[in-house]
Design a protein around this ligand. Structure first.
Ligand code: 4NP
Length: 155
């Protein structure tokens, strides 16, 4: 495999997927592997905006860096470009399948398929409180460990 690449996807690309991008950058660095990492949203409500302040607060409290991350919408070219297209929840997953050709469907997975967790989706924290953002971070950290192992097994 050439440099593996991962696109994290949620609805707005301001809470869950940018958090995954920041966390996974750090985890890949710690694991000493080179990975192309980006994030996008299935909807374009917040294009160009930085990650939500609440996501940044939860992530920065655990040492993650959100520098340079800004919101964009999933593009048709993403499905060819990325090896892993990882949805935060089942609604994002179904949306990604709808907007992509069947040839790319194998790349589209639920991110928490890589986590050893009772959760199978990363819950949308947008309308909730601080606890929701902390849960998002915890689930993303768990799935990131599993994703690192999966990528390493294919190198
Ligand atoms: P995200 O959270 O999908 O984790 O970025 C959301 C962000 C914005 C909205 C919904 C969810 N929104 O409705 O604007």
């Amino acid at each position: 495999m050439s440099t593996p690449s991962v696109l994290f996807v949620c609805l707005g690309n301001i809470c869950r997927s940018p958090t995954a991008e920041a966390v996974f950058r750090q985890k890949a660095k710690e694991a000493g592997i080179s990975v192309g990492i980006d994030s996008a949203g299935t909807h374009g409500y917040h294009i160009g905006n930085p990650p939500d302040k609440r996501s940044q607060a939860a992530g920065k409290a655990k040492g993650y860096d959100f520098t340079g991350i800004s919101c964009r919408k999933v593009a048709a070219s993403d499905f060819e470009k990325f090896d892993y297209v990882l949805a935060m929840d089942k609604s994002n997953f179904e949306n990604l399948k709808k907007v992509s050709e069947p040839a790319y469907h194998e790349k589209i997975k639920l991110f928490l398929d890589f986590a050893d967790s009772t959760y199978d989706e990363v819950p949308d924290p947008y309308y909730g409180g601080k606890k929701g953002f902390e849960l998002v971070l915890e689930l993303i950290e768990q799935a990131s460990e599993g994703l690192i192992e999966d990528i390493k097994s294919k190198l």
